[in-house]
Write a protein that binds this ligand. Structure first.
Ligand SMILES: NC(=O)c1ccc[n+]([C@@H]2O[C@H](COP(=O)([O-])OP(=O)(O)OC[C@H]3O[C@@H](n4cnc5c(N)ncnc54)[C@H](O)[C@@H]3O)[C@@H](O)[C@H]2O)c1
Length: 340
């Protein structure tokens, strides 16, 4: 297999996970350059990795040694940086959310098609073992008709977290709060399990933090195109951190995942989940502990680039999640039911 050469824009918190995931894929991927407009952040990563460092995205995307660029900058810059990469002939991988603006997400998709380059959006929690097993059961029809999907993102983020970087908790660069930033993973998982949403009604507020303009708590009721009913809550006020939960209820079964693991699953045909079973791929390969889900998604994307196919998690999946987040915000702002 040929080696796909990676560049990274944005050397902050999440880029550390990308560094580890790329380093764990020596058979197909190699980091060749990084970029950050903060000289100190750039210096640290260049010293650690020994790769080329650029002070601007324009210089990075012009590097002929790069095949694909992962965008790890603040959410409000994802479209700008991914489109720069695509227009320079590189493949592009955006961290979640795809962007904070739906028309810019559409421009990303158009740039991918126009330049015939792959565009992917990170949604690594789909690769948790519990989520993968849940989908095997959905695909096998074990739930029968899907009736209810309930996603709850019960996270805790301190006041210091919101104060730690100027872009956090702002409409302009974070694009929202608990739902856009932390909750978008479970928005994607909810749609993956239940299908596309049709209408949404939501309430949102900033209830547990100060000097934060976006919501730290939001709750929405969703009607899916299938007729199933959904419930979606995201908060960063769940001290000390209660994780992400997804319940799927169908006519012939129900299951719950918490973070990457199954909590329960029972089906009318007698299939049951054994809670004492070992559920961890990370446990099977301790080398990947902490970043196994990013590793698995980047492995699929790298293979997709080599094969000239779409990745398992598509750019349309990224758009669908963003569209629902924005519809929730519109409903909370207007007090109306929003049709997608
Ligand atoms: N998939 C996940 O689980 C996950 C987890 C954390 C963050 N994220 C996403 O990753 C993105 C970054 O989050 P973070 O926590 O790493 O943020 P961060 O603030 O720690 O890092 C962002 C980096 O981008 C750099 N940057 C900003 N503007 C730039 C520009 N114009 N050119 C080059 N570099 C620039 C900053 O200097 C900083 O080093 C966000 O969109 C966030 O939603 C995803």
């Amino acid at each position: 297999m040929s080696i796909i050469r990676y560049g990274i824009i944005g050397c902050g918190i999440i880029h550390e996970t990308h560094l580890k995931a790329i380093a764990a894929l020596p058979e197909c991927a190699k980091l060749v350059a990084v970029c950050d407009n903060n000289p100190e952040a750039l210096r640290k990563t260049v010293e650690k990795t020994g790769v080329k460092g650029y002070a601007s995205a324009a210089e990075l995307v012009a590097d002929p040694d790069i095949d694909v660029i992962t965008v790890c900058t603040p959410s409000g810059l994802h479209a700008d940086h991914a489109i720069m990469a695509l227009n320079a002939g590189k493949h592009a991988i955006s961290e979640k959310p795809m962007d904070i603006d739906l028309s810019k997400a559409d421009e990303m998709i158009a740039a991918s098609k126009r330049n015939n380059r792959l565009l992917a959006v990170i949604s690594q929690t789909r690769y948790g073992d519990g989520a993968q097993q849940l989908h095997k059961w959905i695909d096998a029809g074990k739930f029968g008709r899907l009736i209810h999907g309930n996603a709850r993102l019960f996270y805790y983020r301190s006041q210091e977290y919101y104060d730690s970087a100027g872009w956090r908790g702002t409409w302009a660069m974070d694009g929202g709060g608990a739902l856009m930033n932390q909750g978008v993973h479970y928005v994607d998982q909810l749609i993956w399990a239940m299908g596309l949403p049709k209408t949404v009604y939501a309430l949102a507020g900033c209830l547990g933090h100060e000097r934060v303009e976006v919501e730290d708590t939001v709750s929405a009721t969703i009607e899916f195109e299938s007729g199933a009913i959904g419930s979606l809550t995201a908060t960063t006020c769940a001290y000390p951190n209660r994780g992400g939960l997804l319940d799927v209820l169908g006519a012939t079964g129900s299951a719950q995942i918490r973070d990457a693991k199954l909590v329960y699953a029972d089906f009318a045909d007698g299939t049951r989940f054994d809670p004492t079973a070992d559920q961890g791929t990370a446990a099977l390969d301790p080398r990947l502990g902490g970043f196994v889900e990013h590793y698995t998604q980047l492995r699929d994307i790298t293979q997709a680039i080599v094969d000239g196919r779409q990745p398992e998690i598509t750019m349309q999946d990224g758009r669908n999640a963003l569209q629902l987040v924005l519809a929730v915000y519109e409903s909370a702002r207007t007090g109306r039911v929003v049709t997608l």
